[in-house]
Design a protein around this ligand. Structure first.
Ligand code: CDV
Length: 326
């Protein structure tokens, strides 16, 4: 009987980080979570999207350069070094979302860091929600399209050692990406076994709130849609997923949290329930990915890309031909 390939992972959900909270304080909170994770035998900790600051795209800066205070021009930096030191001290890997400034370019980025402190993989968010200009109709802005470029790294997967395992296929996406099956499938096509993703999702759909006569989207459906997306993505691509949120009331805007860890059957195996810093953990037997990928989702046997042309050739939806009764 072959040994199971078990990796103990944690989603380190963060309570709110207010605009005035310095990075040193947010980093100290994360180091405390890493210490707790270590005591629970965790080998890899996943932090949320833009984990070092408030979710600043809700704040408008007319001059984009004024927003530079939210960005990291280097990684690690003096302020983030304690995370890398903690990784080495506790022998655990971590995933971190942050705003990256690369010269004059700005991205919503996530990195995977090995227990040695080495950066193993970087991803830059592809599906940027929101808008580029100040929208007076909105109570809360969502200016990701103003502050970030569309990610230019695709959806990469890397095989790397983690915990006691020799090699795990790990990939990343960020927040809104989780709602796009294309993103999951691109990871699935690289035999991903563990998808890490951070998110900041408000309890209220501001887009619906600003549309005249708009349909109401109940807060419980916001959580449902988030979980539905992660569970479906994990199931259809036979992978584990760790989806980690920020939660609570941040700069007057409520984030719904509800971080989850999902197995390749699409089942939630751990879920956060609180509104502050919270650690949820799961032992992930990566060999559970094998069933899906050798049966229903054996891509080599069953995919039919010749029928999927529209996925690549077309962006917006077109109208179908109309049936005219004789
Ligand atoms: N940070 C995000 O990407 N948030 C979006 C919200 C705006 C809907 C999300 O998909 O959760």
């Amino acid at each position: 009987m072959p040994m199971s390939r078990i990796l103990t992972v944690a989603a380190a959900q963060l309570g709110p980080i207010q605009a005035a909270e310095p990075r040193t304080s947010a980093v100290a909170r994360m180091v405390r979570l890493m210490e707790r994770a270590h005591r629970r035998g965790v080998e890899l900790v996943v932090f949320p999207e833009l984990a070092l600051t408030t979710f600043f795209p809700r704040h408008y800066h007319e001059d984009i350069a004024e927003a530079d205070l939210w960005f990291e021009p280097s990684m690690p930096s003096i302020e983030t070094a304690p995370l890398f030191d903690a990784a080495r001290r506790f022998g655990i890997g971590f995933h971190l979302g942050y705003a990256e400034r690369a010269g004059t370019r700005r991205f919503n980025t996530a990195i995977l860091v090995a227990p040695s402190g080495e950066i193993v993989l970087k991803y830059r968010k592809v599906h940027l929600p929101g808008h580029a200009e100040f929208d007076p109709a909105r109570r809360v802005q969502h200016l990701e399209k103003r502050y970030f470029e569309v990610g230019d790294l695709g959806f990469p997967v890397i095989e790397a050692p983690m915990g006691t395992l020799d090699g795990i296929n790990m990939g990343m996406m960020i927040c809104n990406d989780r709602r796009w099956p294309e993103a999951w499938r691109v990871l699935g096509l690289q035999s991903v076994e563990l998808v890490m993703l951070g998110y900041n999702t408000p309890t209220t759909n501001q887009d619906a709130a600003t549309q005249a006569g708009a349909a109401f989207e109940a807060p419980h459906l916001r959580v449902f849609h988030s979980h539905l997306s992660v569970q479906a993505g994990a199931y259809q691509n036979a992978t584990f997923a760790v989806a980690t949120a920020k939660t609570g009331i941040e700069d007057g805007c409520e984030l719904f949290g509800h971080s989850i860890i999902v197995n390749p059957q699409g089942e939630i195996v751990a879920q956060a329930t609180g509104r502050g810093d919270e650690l949820i953990t799961a032992d992930c037997d990566l060999d559970q990915c094998r069933l899906g990928r050798t049966s229903i989702f054996d891509f080599a046997r069953h995919r039919r890309p010749e029928a999927y042309e529209r996925i690549i050739d077309q962006v917006g939806a077109i109208s179908p031909p109309r049936f005219i009764p004789r």
